[in-house]
Design a protein around this ligand. Structure first.
Ligand SMILES: [Zn+2]
Length: 207
């Protein structure tokens, strides 16, 4: 049975489930509970949220601290961050984390885990079986360079887009590269930018 047929069967089975079960199987993005207390911001449910998304609280804490360029400390449940950050800012960063390290880019489900092979981390999806290389979260705050039209940048193509383009990630930017294939390292020239979507053309294949 091919994948398409299998998916059709799944859809059919899903359609026959009672409503209540559907509710449970739909992924609801958890809400970060954060409050500013004087000069620090406290995330009250880091532990709980990490459990729901099946990631280590340390990983999420590290990501948030790096993204906000600040320091902090945590206990079992809470994360204290130096500085004042609003709930919606933190929620936004948290959802970015989900997209990078939890949600399967292939099927959109959160049933993934992180595996390491040959010192490369992969997001492995339990639902559809796909595997995508992911970056390592660096502890030090990183100044993000804004890509500009005309820039030539070196990229590692980590995915294949729907139209067959190579896809790479650079910070919050997703770069679609024509004439590039998954697995290649390329020099690419930026042709167009729309928000966090960048369109580029490979000008040199490095490896
Ligand atoms: Zn998947």
């Amino acid at each position: 049975m091919d994948v398409k047929e299998y998916e059709k069967l799944l859809d059919k089975a899903y359609g026959e489930l009672p409503e209540i079960l559907k509710e449970y199987s739909r992924f609801v993005i958890p809400r970060i509970e954060a409050r500013i207390q004087g000069k620090v911001t406290v995330i009250h449910n880091l532990g709980e949220v990490s459990k729901i998304i099946n990631r280590k609280p340390d990983m999420l804490a590290k990501y948030l601290l790096r993204e906000f360029g600040t320091m902090g400390s945590r206990d079992d449940q809470r994360l204290l961050m130096k500085g004042q950050f609003r709930q919606h800012q933190i929620q936004e960063k948290f959802e970015e984390f989900l997209n990078l390290y939890v949600i399967c880019p292939e099927c959109g489900r959160p049933d993934t885990r992180i595996i390491q092979e040959m010192r490369v981390n992969f997001l492995k999806c339990e639902a559809c079986g796909s595997r995508h290389p992911i970056g390592v979260i660096k502890a030090a705050p990183r100044k993000e360079k804004r890509p500009e039209i005309g820039d030539v940048i070196t990229l590692h193509v980590t995915q294949t887009g729907k139209k067959g383009d190579g896809v790479a990630k650079m910070g919050k930017y997703i770069i679609f590269i024509s004439n590039a294939r998954e697995g290649q390292r390329v020099k690419a020239k930026i042709k167009n930018i729309q928000g966090t979507m960048v369109f580029a053309e490979a000008v040199e294949i490095l490896s």
